[in-house]
Ligand binder design. Structure first.
Ligand code: GLN
Length: 507
């Protein structure tokens, strides 16, 4: 009987490669076929890399044939967000500015996935330079949510989330500066994790907000995300990223040990979050369903307060644009990026290349950043934002003196229609539950909890843990997944319904 590779998890695919049930090349071909069959509808990719994929898969098969020990994710297809360098691909950040930029080297996070045996099938679409929550701001094309192609997959890592939700790949990498892994994971019904700032190297990832950016994985199961996390932290701290830290590769173990129950653990709920304006009843119900699952597994639910967290969005839209403004200054058509033809002075070259190379949101962020860092303005906003950052971090630390993890929504609402949110400030609010973690630096995971009773679309809960206690996210998310798997079977273990049964027999 032909194997339905697109419904298998990364763990199952790697086990089958290791046992010889199938070859890595067969798995890679199946992923490339699934991409070909669904890409017209989903548009998750900016570049598909069959040569790189087949070559990597052949290396895995050759290693097995030679009797070499296989790494944990040997033969598992992976999609890479297009702000991460991978030799042999362009790294465009979904911007005209970098349309023809060839990766000069491979980012540490990507290299670690390759070292774990992963097979790179392509570069995933995103909001331009990771500014956004819909992937509609990609300069090349939008990505469609596989559950309903009239809707967005979320952003900015929308291509990475959609590729996993559509059964094209079991794993992908995204980056999260204010929610860009957790929000699209929630909207696409997959698991997405932002580790603690510093847990994963940022070397080779195009910077947006250097004090906020963090790389993390998407998968259809918590175990797969745990396997990817172990791959990302294996090898220890990266000497090329001064903020990277040594993290023990204990994630897979946490996923597998989690069935032992949660007796003695305490989970915080933030009343102000659960009663917030803008939170839809179906998302609230999904989060409460997850809370009940944790309680049934033995955890105690405790109310906690994060008194300054309301300031997080404001602080983020000062710190983020300020850092983006300085990070994106290098894209001037001289040192990097699109070169406006016919310019006779360097000043004109820079001004016109930037005017025509960047899209509207990228310009808005940089203009805001330039203003916020200008003399006279800096003290009023940037200092205030940094003070708010300290208060929010202290709030989380105080809450974690009482609880092991905090449960909250990942997004206020289900996936929205393309074009439905045109006001940038309304778009910014779709990250109301994710941004405070980037401000404080600790990790969070978005885990599917089933389909919404009103929309029929994926719902999610977000778990938050203290800094560098990210393996707890895996433990608690696995408990939620077990309890919710029956309600959201398609989102947790299979492929999105739009594709279930389509192009099924791939092998
Ligand atoms: N949506 C947020 C923004 O536009 C977060 C983006 C991200 O995490 N990269 O800034």
């Amino acid at each position: 009987m032909a194997t339905n590779f697109d419904s298998l998890t990364a763990a199952q695919l790697a086990a089958g490669v290791a046992s010889g049930a199938w070859s890595a090349v067969e798995v890679a071909r199946a992923a490339l076929d699934a991409i070909q069959a669904r890409e017209t509808e989903v548009q998750a990719f900016l570049q598909i890399t069959p040569e790189l994929a087949i070559a990597a898969a052949e290396r895995v098969d050759a290693a097995r044939a030679a009797g070499e020990p296989l790494p944990p994710l040997a033969g598992v297809p992976v999609a890479i967000k297009d702000n991460m360098n991978l030799t042999g691909t362009r790294t465009t950040c979904a911007s005209r500015m970098l349309e023809n930029y060839e990766s000069p080297y491979t980012a540490t996070c990507v290299q670690r996935m390759l070292d774990a045996g992963c097979v790179p099938v392509g570069k995933a679409n995103m909001d331009e330079f990771a500014f956004g929550s819909s992937t509609d701001s990609s300069a090349f094309h939008p990505t469609n949510n596989p559950w309903d192609t009239s809707r967005v997959p979320g952003g900015s890592s929308g291509g990475s989330a959609a590729a996993v939700a559509a059964g094209m790949v079991p794993l992908s990498l995204g980056s999260d500066t204010g929610g860009s892994i957790r929000q699209p994971a929630a909207l696409c019904g997959v698991v997405g994790m932002k580790p603690t700032y510093g847990a994963v190297s940022r070397y080779g990832v195009v910077a947006f907000g250097s004090s906020l950016d963090q790389v993390g994985p998407f998968g259809r199961t918590v175990e797969d995300v745990a396997l990817a996390m172990d791959a990302l932290v294996a090898g220890g701290r990266d000497a090329y990223d001064s903020t990277s830290q040594e993290v023990a590769p204990s994630f897979t173990q946490a996923a597998r040990a989690s069935a032992e129950g949660l007796a003695g653990t305490r989970i915080g709920l933030v009343p102000a979050f659960m009663d917030a304006e803008g939170l839809t009843p179906e998302v609230r119900a999904g989060v409460m369903h997850a809370a009940a699952a944790l309680e049934a597994a033995g955890a105690e639910l405790v109310e906690v307060d994060l008194p300054h967290v309301d300031a997080a969005i404001a602080a983020y839209y000062v710190i983020g644009p300020a850092e983006a403004f300085s990070n994106l200054a290098r894209f001037d058509g001289i040192r990097y990026g699109y070169q406006e033809p016919g310019c006779t002075t360097l000043a004109a070259q820079s001004a016109l290349s930037r005017a025509h190379g960047f899209g509207a949101e990228a310009k808005r962020r940089q203009m805001l950043g330039a203003y916020l860092l200008s003399s006279g303005v800096y003290d009023t906003y940037y200092y205030a934002a940094q003070k708010a950052r300290t208060l929010i971090t202290d709030d989380y630390n105080a809450a974690f003196a009482q609880v092991d993890a905090i449960l909250m929504p990942a997004t206020p609402h289900a996936a929205f229609q393309h074009g439905e949110i045109s006001d940038p400030t309304q778009m910014y609010l779709s990250d109301m539950y994710t941004i405070s973690l980037n401000i404080a630096g600790n990790g969070g995971i978005s885990v599917p909890v089933g389909l919404g009773e009103d929309s029929g679309l994926p719902m999610a809960a977000q778990l938050v843990a203290p800094a560098f206690a990210d393996e707890r996210l895996i433990t608690f998310a696995a408990a939620i997944e077990r309890a919710c798997a029956s309600a959201s079977n398609a989102s947790v273990l299979g492929v999105a319904p739009a594709f279930a049964g389509k192009g099924g027999e791939l092998a």
